[in-house]
Write a protein that binds this ligand. Structure first.
Ligand code: GTP
Length: 568
């Protein structure tokens, strides 16, 4: 199934993968290492291109990227955030120079460097442990990608894990469907809460949303004045009621005022404390009850490292929050907060402050943050490209095999594992058109079958995997496989029959795809339904060698034009 989709949409895949590369990436930190990578990347790409797999457009992209890299190498040396973490990680890649493949042995030193770099960046220890484990598992398990060197491969693995660690996707602000959206801001003293109120109003204004600020810090009159000034600066009304009124009462009045004025978003500033205390928590709980906020965001200072992650956890347990805003990322922070918050607290960082100006607030993009930390944009793009090329080569190779009826047990196993890699069967089956109503019991059954097949294929000799005919002809071989894999002879026979059946089916579908246009989903659905309606072959019939020949024969004949792409 996956194979068919790959082949049918190969051209779309190819052009789609070009998409991200046309966007401007943030300038990378120019280093000697990056220079050597940029040139080795272009050499590697050159060798790949000789396989005639790159189109002229791709070469255009490669050249422009390489030129950009060189410009960056020569040009502005810009202080990047988390500089120490970046150089700490670089030590890890350097250790792999000259290696041919990633092995359990040669990643020991680089993993130590990664661990050290993360700990020095003040990432919490359990997070570091999990991260290092995840990276090592992948580094050893990853297959060789042609043209990609082990150090480059490790950069990509670390990048992907960093993105995952920070929450994967960007976590958007949630807006209320009816009435004003209410955002309650909390945080310790001096973290930048008041500033964030105004920055957030300014940010929302750019999205065409009106806001109103509520001054709830009644313990520090200067905080109210500060909010009024900032509100004026960004052109947003500020609701104040002095310092004699309870914050929860101010919240109530402010919200009523906002409703009257039909304001889109209400942002409430609250008082900070030097440290967490019961008074602050109780006050916040009361305000929260009155406001029933859409978002409760904890403002944390990036400079406090893993402490910020601990605070997010505590506030979440105490009052229940929806996310965090990380301020002062432009400062001398080491990265620990950005990397620990999500993993430690389970709550996402939604926005980040990167300066004192009102414009310095932006969504938190885990992928861009990982890119900034590594400063290896070109290497990452290159590895992604090479992976894509390899996937395409595999798909083309598979298509050739199917067309010549040579689809064997190695391909069968590869496909089975590819499906398994894609995640749970539930997700995969859910993606197949017309298969939406699969029951959990059926899914469990399918998963069990996958394991069963794997065990039998693993018990075959390399020759048997390549030539399934040997198994179709020899009961002795089937018996041996049954014994070695702990399955029954009947199960082995069924597997062999299934492979021959698959050859025919795949070839039929391929033929139709080759002759016609790229199938639409509904056509694919029809084709699959037709497929399912077709009378199934019986295992017993196919066990006979005569029938096997019939299978092989029918597999080499041109399929009739039915299913998708055909006018039936
Ligand atoms: N460099 C930098 N400074 C920031 C950022 N956000 C806030 N600040 C500064 O941090 C200081 C404290 O900010 P406030 O907004 O007053 O902090 P607060 O949390 O409201 O403090 P309290 O009212 O005392 O609880 C101010 O000088 C801000 O300009 C940021 O993202 N980067």
């Amino acid at each position: 199934m996956e194979a068919m989709q790959i082949s049918a949409t190969a051209s779309r895949h190819f052009s789609a993968t070009l998409g991200p590369f046309s966007t401007n990436r943030s300038p990378t930190k120019p280093t000697k290492l990056a220079t050597s990578w940029a040139s080795s990347a272009s050499t590697n790409l050159a060798s790949l291109s000789s396989r005639n797999l790159f189109t002229r457009e791709i070469w255009g992209w490669v050249n422009s990227k390489t030129a950009t890299s060189r410009r960056e190498m020569r040009g502005v040396v810009r202080a990047e955030m988390f500089g120490q973490l970046t150089s700490g990680l670089e030590a890890a890649w350097t250790k792999l120079k000259g290696e041919e493949v990633l092995t359990k042995e040669n990643i020991v030193e680089p993993m130590r460097d990664i661990r050290r770099a993360l700990l020095e960046a003040d990432v919490s220890l359990p997070v570091v442990r999990r991260f290092v484990q995840a990276v090592s598992d992948q580094a050893v398990g990853v297959g060789l990608i042609r043209g990609v060197k082990p150090d480059q491969q490790l950069v990509k693995i670390v990048n992907d894990e960093l993105v995952k660690l920070m929450g994967g996707e960007v976590s958007e602000l949630v807006f209320s469907k009816s009435g004003p959206t209410v955002i309650l801001l909390a945080g310790l003293q001096g973290v930048g809460k008041t500033t964030v109120c105004a920055k957030l109003a300014n940010y929302l204004k750019k999205q065409g949303k009106s806001s109103m600020l509520i001054a709830g810090d009644v313990y520090r009159p200067a905080a109210i004045d500060q909010l009024v000034i900032l509100g004026e600066q960004v052109g947003v009304p500020v609701y104040t009621a002095g310092t004699e009124v309870k914050p929860s009462e101010i919240a109530k009045q402010g919200l009523e005022e906002a409703k009257k004025k039909k304001i889109d978003v209400v942002i409430m500033d609250t008082a900070g404390r030097l440290q967490i205390d019961k008074g602050m928590m109780d006050e916040l709980k009361e305000v929260k009850k009155v406001l029933n906020p859409t978002e409760v965001l904890l403002v944390v200072d990036a400079m406090t490292g893993q402490e910020a992650a601990a605070l997010v956890t505590t506030f979440n347990v105490e009052i229940g929050i929806t996310g965090a805003i990380l301020t002062k990322l432009d400062g001398d922070s080491r990265g620990g907060a950005a990397l620990s918050v999500k993993e430690v607290s389970g709550k996402p960082i939604k926005l980040v402050g990167r300066g004192e100006r009102m414009e310095d607030l932006e969504p938190f993009y885990p992928d861009r943050m990982a890119g900034r930390i590594l400063g290896m944009g070109d290497v990452l793009s290159f590895v992604e490209k090479a992976q894509e090329v390899m996937r395409q080569e595999d798909a083309e190779e598979l298509q050739k095999k199917i067309m010549s009826a040579k689809f064997d047990f190695n391909d069968f196993l590869k496909q089975t594992r590819a499906v398994a890699r894609m995640g749970s069967m539930t997700r995969v089956i859910g993606m197949i058109p017309g298969m939406g109503k699969v029951t959990p019991a059926q899914v469990r059954e399918a998963e069990k079958n996958l394991k069963l097949m794997e065990a039998m294929i693993e018990a075959m000799t390399p020759e048997e995997r390549e030539k399934p005919e040997l198994l179709a002809e020899s009961p002795d071989r089937r018996r041996r496989i049954a014994k070695d894999s702990g399955k029954t002879e009947q199960q082995v026979s069924q597997l062999v029959a299934q492979l021959f059946q698959m050859r025919v089916r795949m070839k039929n579908l391929m033929g139709i795809m080759e002759g016609g246009s790229i199938p639409t989903l509904s056509n694919l659905e029809n084709a699959m339904k037709a497929e399912q309606a077709a009378p199934p072959g019986t295992a017993r019939r196919k066990r006979r060698s005569e029938s096997r020949r019939q299978f092989a024969d029918s597999a080499s004949t041109r399929p009739s034009p039915r299913g998708f792409g055909a006018k039936n």
